[in-house]
Ligand binder design. Structure first.
Ligand code: SF4
Length: 332
C-alpha cells in the first residue's frame, strides 16, 4: 500500500523515485507480470492522452500502479525517441500537475519549487522571486502580463500571486520531466513493451498527419504576412514577439522541422542559435496552431494582404489554397 497518495500525483519527485526504487521490482516483472498489466496500460494511456491533448486522471487504478505507470510511460517515450513526442509528453504531464497544485497549500508549493531549483519567498498572499529566476521561466509566456516591464518589483524580486507561481512551477516541472528524455532504454525492454510502443506510435502518426500539411514546403505559397515576417527576420529587424511566434508556428504547422526553421532564421545578422532553437522547440512541443487573421490584425501583423486574403480567415488556408494553384492573387 502506497504510504502517501501524493507520490502518485507527483511521480517525478525525488520522494516518488526513491519509493519506486525501494520497491525493488525486477524490470522483467514490471514488463511482463500480470499484476503490473494495468500499470503498463496506464503508462501507454498517459502518453497517448498527452498526444491527444491532456492526461486525464484515473481514479480507478490503485495509486501504486498509477505511480508505476510513470516510469513505464517514460520508457515508452524513450523507445520512440521523437522530439515532438518528448516535448508534448513533458508538457502534458506538467499541465496535469498544474491542476493538482491548485489545491495544495503554500508550504507545499514552496517545497515543490525548491525541489526543482526555485527559490520563492512567501510575501503577503503570494510570493516574491528574484527577477533573474522569474525571467528564466516567464520568458516563454506570450501574454504581456508576464513581461518583466509589466511586473511589480520589490528589492529586485518580482511579486507573484499563488496562481502565477503555480504557472511558473509548471514550467520548472516540465523542464525536469523533459531533461532526461530520451532515457537510454535497452532494445530488449523496448521489445517487451512493443505492444504499448506501437499503440503510441499509431496515435503519434495520426496526430502529426492532422496538423501537418503534406508535401514539400513551398515558400512561394506563403501568405504575405508570413513572407514579410520572414523577410524582416532575415534582414535582422527587431520583429515583435507576436510576429516571430506567428512565423514559427506557421512553419511548424506546414510541416517544416525545427532545424529547417532555424536555417531560415539563421539569415538574421543577430542570429543566436541557442536562443532561437530554444524558442522554436518550445513552440514545436506545445499545442500551438498559427494565429488566425483576426489575431494577426489585432497585433498589427497582417502585412501586405492581397486578393486571396479576402477569401480566407487563416494564413494556413491561404497557403493551402495558393499551393493548390486555386488562388487568384492580386495586390489589394
Ligand atoms: S489577411 Fe490573413 S493571410 Fe492575409 S496577410 Fe493578413 S493575416 Fe496574413
Amino acid at each position: 500500500m502506497i504510504p502517501d497518495p501524493h507520490l502518485a500525483t507527483y511521480p517525478f519527485t525525488s520522494d516518488a523515485t526513491a519509493y519506486v526504487r525501494d520497491l525493488e521490482i525486477p524490470i522483467p516483472d514490471l514488463l511482463e507480470k500480470h499484476v503490473y498489466a494495468r500499470a503498463r496500460r496506464r503508462g501507454m494511456d498517459r502518453v497517448i492522452q498527452a498526444i491527444e491533448g491532456g492526461i486525464k486522471s484515473n481514479t480507478e487504478i490503485p495509486p501504486e500502479l498509477e505511480l508505476l505507470s510513470y516510469p513505464i510511460a517514460r520508457m515508452i517515450v524513450s523507445c520512440i525517441d521523437d522530439d515532438y513526442l518528448i516535448r508534448r509528453y513533458a508538457l502534458a504531464e506538467a499541465k496535469t500537475v498544474h491542476e493538482s497544485l491548485g489545491t495544495e497549500p503554500r508550504d507545499f508549493l514552496i517545497a515543490m519549487g525548491q525541489e526543482f531549483g526555485m527559490h520563492p519567498t512567501p510575501y503577503d498572499q503570494g510570493f516574491t522571486m528574484h527577477f533573474a529566476e522569474y525571467v528564466r521561466y516567464a520568458n516563454r509566456m506570450h501574454a504581456p502580463v508576464w513581461k518583466l516591464v509589466n511586473r511589480r518589483l520589490y528589492h529586485g524580486s518580482v511579486l507573484l500571486s499563488m496562481r502565477e507561481f503555480r504557472r511558473l512551477l509548471q514550467e520548472a516541472i516540465r523542464d525536469h520531466i523533459q531533461q532526461d528524455l530520451p532515457l537510454a532504454v535497452p532494445p530488449e525492454i523496448c521489445d517487451a513493451l512493443s505492444r504499448y510502443v506501437d499503440g503510441v506510435r499509431e496515435s503519434l502518426g495520426a496526430r502529426k498527419t492532422e496538423f501537418e500539411i503534406e508535401g514539400a514546403v513551398e515558400p512561394d505559397a506563403f501568405p504575405p504576412c508570413i513572407a514579410h515576417a520572414i523577410a524582416m527576420l532575415q534582414a535582422g529587424a527587431n520583429l515583435p514577439h507576436s510576429a516571430r511566434f506567428a512565423a514559427t508556428s506557421f512553419l511548424l504547422n506546414i510541416g517544416m522541422d525545427v532545424d529547417g526553421i532555424i536555417r531560415i532564421f539563421g539569415g538574421s545578422p543577430d542570429f543566436d542559435e541557442t536562443r532561437t532553437r530554444y524558442q522554436v522547440e518550445h513552440i514545436s512541443g506545445s499545442e500551438y496552431t498559427a494565429p488566425g487573421c483576426d489575431t494577426m490584425k489585432t497585433y498589427g501583423n497582417c502585412t501586405g494582404a492581397d486578393g486571396l486574403c479576402t477569401r480566407i480567415k487563416h494564413p494556413l488556408n491561404y497557403y493551402r489554397i495558393k499551393r493548390r494553384g486555386q488562388g487568384v492573387v492580386s495586390k489589394a
